[in-house]
Design a protein around this ligand. Structure first.
Ligand SMILES: C[S@@+](CC[C@H](N)C(=O)[O-])C[C@H]1O[C@@H](n2cnc3c(N)ncnc32)[C@H](O)[C@@H]1O
Length: 369
């Protein structure tokens, strides 16, 4: 039986699961486990002498819950039963895959572990995503990064420098998303909430999108596109990374946002001056200066007559080039969005409550009706 995509995403990533089994006296027993998917079943490893193995010998029923490492308010849980116990080469191949997922290395032992496979009881395991005010804010800059964030940053630097050295300014994005989707690093740019400078701007402008079209270049996993769709815009989110688009569609099943794989450096002609609102949020700054003017002009060209372009980006601080990506924008680079006939309406620097030390551009441009 195929697990739903949103549950598979949770088990494919390096998220910790909790496994509950039944004690001989009928009581519950639960432990955290490494878990992954093998042929549509959930696999976990254990010592053959463990409490859970003894429990399973008497009663194969289990319950498993898993939370998203990046957002513990996204979680799935299911009930099922163990359908197989594996040892020998088949088990060690699975154990190594799990170990690489969680640690980046094959498992250090070669004995004393077995693998169990679990099949879900119900065709639709329960998945719940809680998006509410109790979600803690993102860590402020300057706070220590955890190991997973460090791994993501290192992978980003490695993939970006190889891609840029080969003269390919965009190829690394999909490689990084693919590494995230495979669980080797956290999924990049996977925030679930719309950008706070977008929501703040939208609220101040009493933004309403009924009968209007919006587009989000470099939409990543779609938080901003979903927000604009929620305001009534007929919304397109596009990204050069096919993996990002797949993850966005999986994250928002049934969404009315049209998620499209497309390149801002070569956008479809039909998009020219077609959108009443263009929300460019930290995408141009992820592109090297060699292609920045082209990307900037192509963003401006998306704006329809009478339409608005909103740009949110990091502020280039101090003299000289900073190592990127990203390459925060200078004032001149923000001014450059006034291309293809757009005029600046408001250009400000501001900060977000979660990152009070980091200055951001928020700039608004209009095209005459
Ligand atoms: C820094 S991330 C920002 C993602 C998202 N806008 C956010 O705020 O979280 C840049 C995004 O732009 C995408 N991207 C980079 N170059 C692009 C291009 N030429 N065309 C379309 N998308 C691009 C990347 O794949 C990535 O999803």
């Amino acid at each position: 039986m195929e697990l739903p995509a949103d549950v598979r995403v949770l088990f494919d990533a390096a998220n910790y699961a909790h496994l509950a089994t039944v004690l001989p006296d009928g009581g519950p027993h639960t432990v955290p486990v490494w878990a992954g998917l093998e042929d549509g079943k959930i696999a976990f490893l254990t010592s053959p002498d463990s409490r859970k193995v003894r429990n399973l010998a008497a009663d194969p029923r289990v319950a498993i819950s898993v939370t998203d490492h990046d957002n513990p308010y996204a979680m799935g849980h299911l009930r099922g039963r163990v359908t197989a116990r594996l040892d020998g080469p088949e088990a060690w191949a699975i154990i190594d895959r799990l170990s690489v997922k969680y640690t980046g290395q094959p498992y250090p032992l070669r004995s004393g572990r077995v693998v169990y496979l679990v099949g879900p009881k119900h065709p639709r395991p329960h998945l719940r995503v809680i998006r509410d005010a109790c979600r803690p804010p993102a860590a402020a800059d300057g706070e220590p990064m955890n190991m997973n964030d460090r791994a993501l940053e290192a992978e980003e630097a490695r993939l970006a420098s190889a891609s840029l050295a080969a003269g390919d300014p965009t190829g690394w994005f999909d490689r990084l998303y693919a590494a995230g989707a495979a669980g080797r690093v956290p999924v990049p740019w996977s925030r679930r909430e719309p950008h706070p400078l977008l929501t703040d701007w939208a609220q101040r402008h009493h933004l309403a999108g009924a009968g209007k079209r919006a587009i989000v270049p470099g939409c990543g996993l779609g938080a901003d596109a979903e927000y604009l769709a929620g305001l009534g815009f007929t919304t397109t989110g596009f990204d050069v990374s096919g993996t990002a688009i797949r993850l966005a569609r999986e994250r928002h099943p049934g969404s009315c946002v049209e998620y499209v794989c497309a390149d801002l450096l070569h956008p479809p002609r039909a998009w020219r001056q077609a959108f009443d609102l263009v929300a460019e949020i930290i995408t141009v700054q992820a592109l090297p200066r060699a292609v920045r003017q082209r990307a900037t002009t192509n963003v401006a060209r998306l704006t329809a007559p009478g339409g608005t372009l909103l740009v949110i980006a990091a502020v280039h601080g101090g003299p000289g080039e900073q190592p990127g990506p990203p390459w925060p924008l200078t004032r001149a680079e923000v001014d450059a969005f006034a291309a293809d006939g757009l005029t600046p309406a408001a250009i400000e620097t501001t900060t977000m409550p979660s990152e009070p030390a980091e200055r951001r551009w928020r700039a608004e441009f209009h095209r005459a009706p």
